[in-house]
Design a protein around this ligand. Structure first.
Ligand code: BLA
Length: 302
């Protein structure tokens, strides 16, 4: 309530810059394609946290080629600011998943910004070359101002591309200014790739794309690091619905495999899913890709 004029200035700045990004990304998308409200928007648009000082904003759309474009922001004055923005193509396209996640407190911002690959680019060189070869200069551009965030949950790395910006920084106005540029630039790249994408006609390849996206959704639906906070804000049952029917919508419709089908190492003796976020622990002290996008972090034991 009191706070004072200067208190948490950087943090307030972060929240408003996340809103500004969402607004501008939606506008940029509208300039290129026709957005239609996604059915998930109805249910979650007016979701209210029990705590009056926290504001949640949820938006979702679909468009030609785009199965789901959705955004969630959480703002609690002088405290927590969250951005979770993602875009998923229709399975007729093998486009990477646009992924922008930022979690900001007065002490630090934790950021993941990436075009998450649909396929494992440590083994699939064709996919890596198709989408990332030309994008490597982006990493050079931002790696100094938004440096590698240090050891990371090893499982997460499998979903990241060689151009991922994984970083933590002090939430100053200048840092958020750089982040805003990176968000805008990465999203523009995703929109351009989407414009250029041609429809896959091969049934088997469409099914394969759908399953790859489903595997990704299944992972994030079960293990997203944001879940505990959402649970605290809106309660367990609403948080579960928000995650599976809004943030990772498609987890119950794009495929029928279960979390343990994809990630059997999480099976406990009684057949339930191990609640740990990571079986492998944290690893990768430094960026595990070279400047050409080649993975160089194999068997990094930390
Ligand atoms: C922390 N969020 C993190 C971390 C990552 C991500 C990598 C660092 C901790 C770790 O190594 O796991 C984000 N991880 C991702 C993303 C992918 C992934 C995007 O695997 C994609 C494949 N973060 C959010 C939202 C909230 C949030 C919506 O995106 C809250 C509502 C919170 N993220 C959050 C918090 C932490 C965090 C509280 C710190 C706690 C922790 O380390 O577990």
């Amino acid at each position: 309530m009191s706070g004072g004029a200067g208190a948490g200035g950087g943090v307030l700045g972060a929240g408003s810059s996340y809103q500004r990004f969402v607004h501008s990304a939606v506008e940029q998308t509208r300039l290129r394609t026709a957005l239609t409200p996604h059915p998930s928007q109805e249910k979650f648009k007016f979701i209210k946290p029990s705590d009056d000082s926290t504001v949640l904003n949820a938006l979702s759309f679909s468009a030609p080629k785009i199965r789901l474009l959705r955004s969630l922001t959480v703002e609690k004055k002088n405290s927590v600011q969250v951005l979770d923005f993602a875009a998923f193509s229709e399975p007729e396209y093998d486009l990477p998943i646009f992924c922008a996640n930022a979690f900001t407190t007065p002490a630090q911002s934790i950021v993941v910004l990436d075009l998450n690959p649909l396929y494992d680019i440590t083994v699939d060189n064709d996919y890596k070359d198709k989408y990332y070869r030309n994008l490597m200069p982006l990493v050079q551009k931002y790696s100094e101002l938004l440096p590698w965030g240090g050891k990371i949950t090893s499982e997460s790395l499998r979903f990241f591309s060689p151009i991922v910006i994984w970083t933590r920084f002090e939430p100053t106005e200048n840092n958020h200014h750089v982040l805003y540029s990176a968000l805008t630039e990465y999203y523009k790249v995703w929109l351009e790739l989407t414009d250029q994408a041609t429809e896959e006609k091969n049934r088997a390849k469409i099914v394969r794309n759908g399953e790859a996206q489903h595997r990704y959704l299944t992972w994030r639906n079960e293990k997203d690091p944001g879940y505990p906070l959402l649970k605290k804000l809106i309660g367990e049952s609403q948080a579960k619905d928000l995650v599976s029917e809004f943030l990772f919508e498609g987890v119950n419709s794009l495929g029928s495999k279960s979390f343990l089908d994809y990630f059997p190492e999480y099976a406990r003796d009684d057949g339930t899913v191990n609640k740990k976020r990571s079986m492998m622990g944290k690893s990768f002290e430094a960026r595990p890709w070279d400047a050409t996008g080649q993975f160089i972090g194999a068997d990094d034991a930390g």
